[in-house]
Design a binder for this molecule. Structure first.
Ligand code: PLP
Ligand SMILES: N[C@@H](CCOP(=O)(O)O)C(=O)O
Length: 465
């Protein structure tokens, strides 16, 4: 399997190099040259398989000859062995049509663990063959940071620098990052938004001197391997609910468009996905883009769903590329325009292609609170605010006669104040993080300027020898 950049001019890479590289050298995002395809018989054959076996079957075509099947199985067994539910991503029925897919049974209690536990092991595996040290730089609105840090803390040949927006993640999210005191972990709170942090990360990758000197790697969904691992749970859930005979819809709380893009990939591979419902909070750039074609970024508004407080939605570029005939030159032009004007108009082909599969909804605080109460009162489920945004959109959609699965992306204990405000229930901290508030924290606060952040990293990272 070869991977190509959405902006058309970076070299094509194999799976090992795409995993270690992150952002393409032309500023684009890598994705497979062609989508692998599963026949209905191959999908039917996934019925009854464990999560690990499903993962091996779904991911093997993407991995190519970078790993053999046994090696991939070994890594998946190790990664998903750290989840505290036998099903890894269990399905919970809410009513005759609605289901929750709980993605938060990993070590840091959010869906990010599904991909990042595996990515940490892939890094280790690929680096063991090379005389190289990598520097991970990442941006987080709360969950990627802790999942990535858990996945690489203490590992040889890796340093991680994680940027989060100061004061704009929950206390639990911040402490899950800043109480990891391993010497290779560096937390930076920036005086800005997640968008500022993500823009700085992309600028570091785009600087060939800096990215070459420190051998930068990515843990954000910039990294193809992140999305690949997320495709698995769409297959796993759909097959459990009757695919390929039955079509399934998914509602996905969305910020950086990574999770829902993984659903798009599953559909491209042959999974009978009836609809992907993109659920945003009031930071609604994706809802506007999908409903009117207007992809224009405003200022980020802080909400009770901080992980989705994003305006510039990184993976949307992958969708625009795929729907726009995979024309890297045209997309590079469009993205350059977006970078200066912070606005882009979708072409008719992109709009029509998206409308074939996607719908969207903007969920405000009131609708989110209502969904949390509905899940609690109707089905006895305490859900987190992000999952509630997804559920509100699922219940508002016009999908009929097929099951609608809402991705439950975080454990409610990560957002205890918001959950308590909506439902009156204060979720206890799970045992994994029971003593989180007694642990020592370590992080530095920096202005949201590229020079400050790169200066900080350059002083601490290991340069290429
Ligand atoms: C809890 C939670 N829900 C939803 C999202 C949005 O996912 P994505 O950025 O892949 O669209 C995030 C952040 O990524 C998150 O942490
Ligand atoms: N919501 C995310 C934002 C980063 O998204 P990613 O999927 O690109 O890593 C977070 O929790 O950090």
């Amino acid at each position: 399997m070869r991977y190509i950049s959405t902006r058309g001019s970076a070299p094509a890479l194999d799976f090992e190099n795409v995993t270690l590289t992150g952002l393409a050298s032309d500023g684009g995002l890598y994705l497979p040259e062609a989508w692998p395809s599963f026949s209905p018989q191959e999908i039917a054959a996934l019925a009854g398989l464990s999560y690990v076996e499903t993962a091996v079957r779904v991911m093997m075509p993407f991995v190519g000859d970078a790993l053999d099947e046994d090696a991939l199985r070994e890594l998946c067994t190790q990664a998903y062995g750290r989840f505290d539910h036998d099903a890894v991503t269990p399905l919970i029925q809410l009513d005759h049509q609605h289901w929750l897919l709980e993605l938060f049974h990993g070590p840091t209690l959010a869906f990010k663990d599904v991909a990042l536990q595996l990515l940490g092991l892939l890094f280790e595996r690929f680096l063991s063959k090379r005389d190289t040290h990598i520097t991970i730089v990442g941006a987080t609105s709360g969950d990627t940071g802790s999942a990535a840090i858990d996945a690489v803390a203490g590992r040889a040949k890796v340093d991680i620098f994680m940027l989060h927006p100061e004061g704009r993640v929950s206390d639990v999210q911040r402490r899950q990052m800043t109480t990891v005191l391993a010497p290779n972990v560096h937390n930076i709170a920036i005086k800005g938004s997640f968008d500022d942090a993500q823009a700085m990360v992309k600028a570091m990758f785009a600087d060939p001197d800096f990215s070459g000197r420190f051998q930068l790697s990515a843990v954000n969904s910039i990294n193809w391997a992140r999305l690949m691992a997320q495709v698995v749970y769409y297959f796993y859930a759909a097959v459990r609910l009757g695919a390929p005979e039955r079509r399934i819809a998914f509602a996905v709380p969305t910020g950086n468009f990574g999770d829902v893009f993984a659903g798009y990939v599953a559909e491209r591979m042959g999974l009978p996905v009836e609809r992907l419902i993109v659920a945003t909070n009031v930071n609604d750039i994706l809802h506007r883009a999908l409903s009117t074609g207007d992809y224009s970024a405003g200022q980020v508004v802080p909400t009770a769903t901080p992980s989705m407080d994003i305006q510039v939605s990184s993976n949307f570029e992958r969708l625009l590329f795929d729907l726009g005939g995979r024309d890297g030159t045209a997309l590079a032009d469009a993205m350059r325009g977006f970078e200066t004007k912070r606005a882009l108009q979708l072409s008719n082909a992109q709009r029509e292609g998206a409308a074939r599969l996607f719908s969207s909804a903007r969920i405000d605080a009131e609708a989110m609170g209502h969904a949390m109460r509905w899940a609690h009162d109707r089905a006895g489920q305490v859900i987190d605010p992000h999952s509630a945004v997804g559920l509100a959109a699922a219940r508002a959609s016009d999908v009929v006669d097929v099951p609608v699965v809402t991705l439950a992306t975080a454990h409610p204990a990560k957002f205890r104040d918001a959950v308590e405000r909506a439902t009156g229930v204060r979720p206890p901290l799970p045992s994994r993080i029971a003593n989180l508030f007694e642990r020592e924290e370590r992080y530095d606060v920096l202005p949201a300027t590229l020079a400050d952040v790169t200066g900080y990293i350059a002083e601490r990272a290991t340069p290429r020898s």
